[in-house]
Design a protein around this ligand. Structure first.
Ligand SMILES: *Cc1c(COP(=O)(O)O)cnc(C)c1O
Length: 413
């Protein structure tokens, strides 16, 4: 009998491919048992030809949907022309991408990287260097204040300031220089920010924690505090940004402008990893040649795709869709909340965390039952499921997905 192996993927069944994945890849994920072979818009098709509505959208990496024509065309055109130079040489897509992203953010400079975690690392390094060079913090004393239940990525430094034991345990020794305060607690933040604090790093909405929206007024108050204490306010908008909440950035809902945006996920259009730190000249200007870098950061293919993403966001059309469909989503989920097994619903725009009564099943079990009905979501923190479809989803498809959720939860509302 032929052994399932990656090379036989074109003819293998889902279960053979899953067995082969389990055999040949590290078990650092526990995916739902679906093997996707193709996709279009908000829909994916598995190797057996079953179709599923994608209500996760690659944790917001697929805000513009699978196979978005504009983005695929931009990538294809660039593939035929130039894909990589390294930053040892200039290339002709770089300046235009950096200037248009800076403009979209209302900032002055961009430092492009690849993955979100790399951009967060870049933000940490930038803040420390700014702290020593500009703020005058004594060498080695820089402190960055972060929030409990944060998710900023998986590198050794980033897990050092995680409060998630699964993410952190067994990966020490940990990088020092971080203080963790409860999310949404202004008094704790005021107490933590001292003269050696170079930055406060927050998600404007905590995604992995279960789509937690901070209390109104919290982000503006942290903005005011950091400004008055000469500390950088860094917002990780990797998951919340670029249209998801109905605005280009989630912090716009609170009229907050940070000193630095950290971007990723949707910036690469679901095609290539593209991340960036975007800030002022006074902040990003601290870097000199040799102090930071990445072979693939800001490569021509990445710039071509991300430039198209920026152009698409400039029209406001995706933010508008997320606002309208998001109001609909939250209206429908609001009816479910408090009824039957739905304990609470949070979120903003096309983004929701739905807490299910643990007695009804784990988030994982609910996700598997939804999968059997053709809807893909992801659970987080036990009994929460996260709903974040591509912003291009149709209202009809969204309603169909919500009907499957009602059916799984046994509610008729
Ligand atoms: C996904 C995510 C990251 C890490 O991005 P990777 O590309 O997976 O490294 C960081 N911050 C937030 C808020 C994220 O959602």
């Amino acid at each position: 009998m032929a052994k399932a192996s990656p090379s036989s993927s074109s003819s293998s069944s889902s279960s053979e491919l899953i067995t082969a994945s389990d055999t040949y890849s590290a078990h650092n994920y526990h995916p739902l048992p679906v093997v996707v072979a193709s996709a279009d818009g908000a829909w994916v098709t598995d190797v057996e030809g079953n179709r599923y509505l994608d209500m996760l959208a690659g944790y917001s990496a697929l805000n513009f949907g699978h196979g978005n024509r504009r983005l695929v065309d931009a990538a294809k055109a660039q593939l035929d022309r130039l894909t990589l130079t390294s930053r040892a040489f200039h290339h002709d897509r770089f300046a235009a991408f950096c200037s248009s992203l800076a403009e979209l953010c209302g900032m002055e400079m961009v430092l492009p990287m690849n993955t979100g975690a790399e951009a967060v690392e870049t933000a940490v390094k930038t803040a420390r260097k700014w702290g020593y060079q500009v703020k005058g913090v004594p060498d080695g004393q820089a402190k960055i204040v972060v929030a409990e239940n944060n998710f900023h990525g998986r590198t050794t430094t980033i897990v050092s300031f995680s409060t998630d034991e699964e993410a952190r345990a067994s990966f020490g020794p940990y990088t020092p220089g971080f203080e963790i305060v409860p999310y949404g607690d202004l008094a704790a933040m005021e107490a933590a920010v001292d003269e050696n604090t170079v930055a406060v790093l927050l998600e404007p909405i905590q995604g992995e924690a279960g789509v937690l929206v901070p209390p109104p007024g919290y982000l503006p108050a942290v903005r005011e505090l950091t400004r008055s204490r000469n500390t950088l306010f860094i917002l990780d908008e990797i998951q919340s940004g670029l249209g998801r909440t109905g605005a280009t950035f989630a912090c716009e809902h609170e009229d907050v402008v940070p000193d630095m945006y950290v971007l990723g996920k949707a910036l690469g259009g679901g095609i290539v990893p593209v991340s960036a730190v975007v800030s002022s000249r006074a902040v990003l200007g601290v870097f000199k040649p040799g102090e930071h870098g990445s072979t693939f950061g800001g490569n021509p293919l990445a710039c071509a795709v991300a430039q198209e993403v920026v152009d698409m966001l400039r029209s406001g059309e995706y933010q508008q869709r997320a606002t309208e469909l998001g109001e609909h989503l939250h209206r429908e989920l609001g009816v479910l909340a408090g009824e039957g097994p739905v304990r609470a619903v949070r979120g903003r725009g096309l983004w929701a965390g739905v807490d299910i009564d643990p007695a009804r099943g784990t988030g994982r079990q609910i996700s598997e039952q939804l999968m059997e009905r053709g809807v893909l979501v992801k659970d987080t923190h036990g009994s929460t499921i996260r709903i974040a479809p591509p912003l291009v989803i149709s209202k009809e498809d969204l309603d169909w997905g919500l009907n499957q959720l009602r059916a799984v939860l046994g509610t008729t509302a």
